[in-house]
Design a binder for this molecule. Structure first.
Ligand SMILES: NC(=O)c1ccc[n+]([C@@H]2O[C@H](COP(=O)([O-])OP(=O)(O)OC[C@H]3O[C@@H](n4cnc5c(N)ncnc54)[C@H](O)[C@@H]3O)[C@@H](O)[C@H]2O)c1
Length: 362
């Protein structure tokens, strides 16, 4: 089996590359390097020695001709589609870029799969941002919660969910007439955190917008302090509450969902939909306290005004995937999640690029 992993040089997808290689599949990783780090792929090659089971292609999902030739050349049967622009605030400043990349780019990828005709399984990285700001009575958020995104990023992802649902229905009816069967899933992640526990790869965004690495940068001394935006919310400690899932658990869920997809069986005309989170709310203040415990550094924390349109509480009901597939996360302790991120960051204080240069000089 050959699995195409888009966005492979990015944070989550690079972890998925290792997970899929570990299950014995060949992997073609693709990334346009607009945000990713090829050093993550280099680190996987050095450490896991996948040799010819891992191919990396630099290019965009929006390049339909390239995608079609990659899929044909490698006989791709499964796609894990992670590639996206994923900064909420940037999406407000550049909505066209987000729709073009995340929605139109994903459509080009799907069209390439259709033209090549080899792909039977397709998993799309969706997001809790497609739910927007549900009312308090709909939290914890189930997969049936109405989807009303509140920013272009969420809309750009929800639009492709609709495309994928319509395309699945078409493929199901074609497969009844002898066409190649197809099955798909959309996984709505909540907040992803942590790094590979063996320290081979980690999280390195520029700029960094995720709370765990930001807080750890303060512990490393790369920031003079951190600011908590919003300390007067209607939550137990006044700060925003989110749902953090460890990246290893998240990619493990992809492998389980991929194995469970049964193209051509009843039900495969509709995408499977699962929330991926721990089903537990954790506040910003709790993340800060955890980072202080894990690192032993008492960095400065300042209270700051709320960001506009920052929902106070978002966490999911994560029970559907456990009920249906028997999968549940293993790394559930907040300090353990933070510790894996810290271990990588301490070893790579300047991120991927600097670590490669430094190790080349020693
Ligand atoms: N990190 C989270 O907490 C989180 C939460 C919900 C959903 N997601 C989704 O998970 C996926 C991965 O997120 P991440 O945090 O690893 O982001 P990331 O920015 O680290 O990785 C995304 C990768 O996609 C690549 N990319 C972007 N556009 C591309 C294109 N047109 N062609 C090829 N490659 C392209 C980037 O270069 C980058 O390497 C995204 O789809 C994101 O929307 C992430």
């Amino acid at each position: 089996m050959t699995t195409l992993i888009t966005g492979a040089a990015g944070y989550i997808a690079s972890h998925a590359v290792r997970r899929v290689l570990a299950s014995g599949h060949r992997v073609v990783g693709l990334d346009d390097l607009s945000r990713g780090n090829t050093e993550a792929i280099d680190a996987i090659r050095r450490h896991d020695q996948p040799r010819d089971r891992l191919t990396f292609v630099e290019g965009s999902i929006a390049d339909r001709a390239l995608m079609e030739s990659v899929i044909r050349e490698h006989g791709v049967t499964s796609v894990l589609h992670f590639a996206a622009l994923a900064y909420v605030r940037e999406s407000v400043e550049a909505p066209l870029r987000y729709y073009e990349n995340n929605t139109a780019g994903s459509i080009a990828l799907l069209q390439a799969c259709d033209n090549a005709g080899t792909v039977e399984r397709f998993i799309f990285s969706s997001t809790c941002a497609t739910y927007g700001e549900p009312p308090a009575e709909l939290i914890p958020i189930t997969e049936d919660c109405p989807q009303h995104p509140i920013n272009p990023y969420g809309h750009s992802k929800l639009a492709f969910e609709k495309v994928l649902a319509d395309y699945s229905a078409l493929r199901a009816s074609k497969s009844q007439d002898g066409g190649r069967p197809f099955a798909t899933a959309m996984l709505r992640y909540f907040n992803v955190a942590g790094s590979a526990p063996d320290g081979v790869i980690g999280e390195d965004h520029d700029p960094e917008t995720h709370i765990v690495p930001i807080v750890l940068q303060a512990a490393l001394g790369k920031r003079s302090h951190i600011s908590i935006f919003g300390t007067d919310h209607d939550t137990p400690d006044g700060t925003c509450v989110r749902d953090y899932i460890h990246v290893e658990d998240l990619v493990d869920a992809h492998a389980v969902v991929l194995d469970s997809l049964e193209p051509g069986t009843p039900g495969s005309e509709r995408p499977r939909v699962y929330n991926l989170g721990l089903g537990r709310g954790v506040s910003v203040r709790e993340i800060v306290d955890s980072a202080k415990r894990v690192t032993g550094v008492d960095f400065e924390v300042r209270d700051a005004p709320r960001h506009p349109a920052d929902p106070p509480v978002l966490y999911c009901d994560a029970s559907k995937i456990t009920r249906e597939l028997g999968w549940s996360p293993k790394i559930t302790d907040l300090d353990e999640i933070v510790r894996t991120a810290w271990n990588w960051m301490r070893e790579h204080p300047k991120g991927y690029r600097a670590s490669v240069t430094e190790s080349a000089n020693t």
